[in-house]
Each structure stands twice: as structure tokens, then as C-alpha cells.
Design a protein around this ligand. Structure first.
Ligand SMILES: *Cc1c(COP(=O)(O)O)cnc(C)c1O
Length: 359
């Protein structure tokens, strides 16, 4: 029998979440963001589940190739653009649309002789301070528009704080003002919203939206449950109890003897560790579902095992079903305990975990 840990990807949940995003988007086009192997859910699965999206957005040429191989015929947008001149051959061959965020890319495009016109999304930096043009944006647009084989399809930017209001920091309104200033004179399409803006900031408009996390059923805002936004978890991580043992008061569990039994209790050993993608930094008390009960993590996460206090699940025996995250334990709850976000846990699902799919 294989090690009992496995992930289940719910294609119906992916389709449902896309429909939710579509409802939020109104008339705007929806790019389904599928970078990082569809946030750990499997690119080919996402290609099938997101058939109703207007396009896919991702980063890697090999993922673009995989999406085409899986039969995706609609647009594919490279969110970081291309990195060197020969990448443009793949942009041609795979008929990709691309972000352009720096002059070096403009010059590579100018030197390129493609088979067909390339759709370009010009990225503006309006407060994120990573990639994008600033006050020079419209010069770049003019240069791109002078190239016969380039079509400037839209101007785009990425929001730093659509999930919060942080006084004194680049907030949404400030970034929208910076966008309007830098895009002075632009009459064409714009793309602004990630999941947080799409679900939480109705004032952020645009012509296309780029949801990622929401499509997978994760919350775009820490503390706001995804279920409240009408989203369903698409990834379930499940395993079983490998061992159950009786402890006396004062018995220590696991590396560093972090957890010490405060009373006589039973401890359960779960076949799941950080080498499966469970966060090693998860503290005691992180919720784990065992055979119908939520029980607390007790002791440090090891490479292949975690331990839980079964005081509230006295019926649980070796072989009992465990859910690490999914239906009973929102992935965002585990992430919050571990000081991170659902995004990171999804992306960190380890290759050694077998994946099946439903829906
Ligand atoms: C990853 C990414 C998104 C999706 O962000 P979510 O928070 O997952 O919705 C949107 N736009 C760009 C440019 C991205 O890189």
C-alpha cells in the first residue's frame, strides 16, 4: 500500500470559483492566473477546469507550451514578459501575448521579425516598485506602437494593497491616480485587478481582471474567510493516523521536546510532514481534522510526520482519516497559524504527494 498521504483537486470547485470570479468581473475579461503549476493544483487540470476563462496568465514558457499541448487555444499572457531575444521565437510559435515592463524588452521586440503581430501588455509601476514603467510609460507605448509587428493591447498595473488599507502606504486610490497620470492620453484597454481587487475593491475597474488565489478557493485577504466570498476550496490534503499512543502527564513529543503532555492523553501520529509541503513552522494548536474532530497539532512538524493531541477525539484509531487542509480545515487557517498565506502552502505541495481529482 502506498504511503497514505494524498491530495485531491476538485475540478468542480475550480469551475465554481471561476464562475464566481466571472460574476464579480461583470463585463471585464477574465485571465485565469495559472502560474506556478496553477498554484500547485496542476496546470493541465487548470486548463480543463478554466475552459470558460478568456485567457490564461502565467510566467514560464514551458508552462505555456504545456497549456498549448493540453489543447488551450485562447490567449496566454506572459506576466513577466520574456527574458532574452530567443524567447520571442517561443512567443511566436505558441502565439503568446506578453507583458513588457522594461526598455530592454522593447528593444528586443524592435529587433524581432515575428510571423504575426504580437499582443503586448505594457506594465506600469504605480507603487509596487518591482517591475514596470513610470513617467516614461507613454514613450515606451509610442515606441511599441511604431513597430508594425506589435499591437499594444492594454496597459496594466499590479496593486500592492488591494487586500488592506495601510495608511501612508501606496493604497489602491493612490495607485489608480499614479496609473492615470502615467497613462496620460491612453484611450485603450487597461488591466488592474488581482483577486483582492476583484472581490474586495469594486472601485477598481478596467477591461480585464487577473484572479489567481480566488480561483483555487483561497482568500485574497487574511482574516476574511474564502467561504464568505462564495469560494470553495479546490485542494484537499489528506492522510491517515499511522500510530496512536498513550502518554503520561509530562511526556515530551517530537524534536526539541516542544510539546509536553499537560495531562495523560493519547497522541496520534499522522503520515504528513514538511517534505509533503506541510509548514514546518506550524505551532502547537494548528488545527488538524481527525475522523470528524478538529484536534491541535502537538509537537514540532518533522519531515515525514506530525503529531496531534487526540484528547478530543478519543475514538480515533490507527488508520483514521486525517485532513490537513481542504473541506474541514480551511487552508488559510493553517497558513495563518504558520505566519504565511494560503498561496504559499498551495505552491509548496510536494511532488511526492500523489494527486487525484474529482468533479
Ligand atoms: C500572480 C499575479 C496575479 C494573481 O494574483 P492573486 O492575488 O493570486 O489573485 C495577478 N496579476 C499578476 C501580475 C500576478 O503576477
Amino acid at each position: 500500500m502506498p504511503r497514505p498521504i494524498r491530495a485531491t483537486i476538485d475540478l468542480a470547485a475550480l469551475r465554481h470559483n471561476l464562475a464566481r470570479a466571472r460574476a464579480q468581473a461583470g463585463a471585464r475579461k477574465v485571465w485565469a492566473v495559472v502560474k506556478a503549476n496553477a498554484y500547485g493544483h496542476g496546470l493541465e487540470r487548470a486548463v480543463r477546469a478554466f475552459a470558460a476563462a478568456d485567457g490564461l496568465a502565467l510566467l514560464d514558457l514551458d508552462e505555456a507550451q504545456r497549456a498549448r499541448d493540453a489543447g488551450w487555444r485562447k490567449p496566454i499572457l506572459l506576466l513577466e514578459g520574456f527574458f532574452e531575444p530567443r524567447d520571442l521565437d517561443a512567443v511566436d510559435a505558441l502565439e503568446l501575448s506578453t507583458v513588457v515592463h522594461q526598455n530592454a524588452q522593447v528593444e528586443m521586440l524592435a529587433a524581432h521579425r515575428p510571423r504575426r503581430a504580437i499582443d503586448v501588455y505594457v506594465k506600469l509601476d504605480t507603487g509596487m516598485r518591482r517591475l514596470g514603467f513610470g513617467s516614461d510609460a507613454m514613450q515606451a507605448v509610442a515606441r511599441l506602437q511604431s513597430l508594425p509587428h506589435v499591437r499594444v493591447a492594454a496597459l496594466a498595473t499590479h496593486l500592492a494593497n488591494a487586500d488592506r488599507t495601510t495608511p501612508g502606504m501606496a493604497d489602491v486610490a493612490e495607485q489608480l491616480r499614479a496609473f492615470a497620470a502615467a497613462a496620460n492620453g491612453w484611450r485603450g484597454a487597461v488591466s488592474l485587478a488581482n483577486s483582492a481587487a476583484l472581490f474586495l475593491r469594486p472601485e477598481v475597474g478596467g477591461d480585464s481582471v487577473r484572479p489567481g488565489i480566488a480561483l483555487y478557493g483561497g482568500t485574497p485577504r487574511a482574516g476574511a474567510p474564502a467561504a464568505q466570498l462564495g469560494l470553495r476550496p479546490a485542494m484537499r490534503l489528506r492522510s491517515r493516523l499511522l500510530e496512536v499512543r498513550q502518554l503520561n502527564r509530562g511526556d515530551a513529543v517530537g524534536y526539541g521536546s516542544r510539546w509536553i503532555a499537560p495531562r495523560p492523553t493519547r497522541i496520534g501520529v499522522v503520515a504528513c510532514g514538511y517534505a509533503d509541503g506541510y509548514p514546518r513552522v506550524a505551532p502547537d494548536g494548528t488545527p488538524v481534522w481527525v475522523d470528524g474532530q478538529i484536534v491541535p497539532l502537538a509537537g514540532r512538524v518533522s519531515m515525514d510526520m506530525i503529531t496531534v493531541d487526540l484528547a478530543n477525539a478519543s475514538h480515533a484509531q490507527v488508520g483514521a482519516e486525517v485532513e490537513l487542509w481542504g473541506e474541514h480545515v480551511p487552508i488559510d487557517d493553517v497558513a495563518e497559524r504558520a505566519g504565511t498565506v494560503g498561496y504559499e502552502l498551495m505552491c509548496a505541495l510536494a511532488r511526492r504527494v500523489a494527486v487525484d481529482e474529482i468533479g
